[in-house]
Design a protein. Structure first.
Length: 90
C-alpha cells in the first residue's frame, strides 16, 4: 500500500483515508505489484470484517453490551473500504 500511495503522490494515511471516504484518487501508475498488494489487503480486510461481524452478532444477541453502535459503524467502514479496493482492482 505504501508503494501505491507513493505512485499517487499521497502519504499512506491519505491513501487509506481517501479510499475509506470514497474520495477520488489522483492518477496512478498501476502495475501488477500494486494489484497483488491490494489483493492481499482485500483478503486481510475480509478476515478482519469476519471477526467484526462475529462481534456485532454477539452484541446484537446481548452477549456483548455497550458496543453495538461502534461495532456496526466499524463493520460498515470495513465493508466500504473493501468495496473501494474492489473498484480499484476492476
Amino acid at each position: 500500500m505504501k508503494d501505491l500511495a507513493v505512485s499517487r503522490g499521497l502519504s499512506l494515511s491519505d491513501l487509506i483515508r481517501r479510499a475509506a471516504l470514497g474520495v477520488r484518487m489522483p492518477a496512478r501508475s498501476f502495475d501488477q505489484t500494486h494489484a497483488a498488494l491490494l489483493g492481499r489487503t482485500l483478503s486481510e480486510l475480509g478476515r478482519i470484517g469476519g471477526n467484526m461481524n462475529q462481534l456485532t452478532r454477539r452484541a446484537n444477541a446481548g452477549r456483548l453490551t455497550g458496543h453495538h453502535a461502534e461495532l456496526s459503524e466499524t463493520l460498515a467502514g470495513i465493508n466500504a473500504l473493501r468495496e473501494r479496493i474492489r473498484n480499484m482492482l476492476s
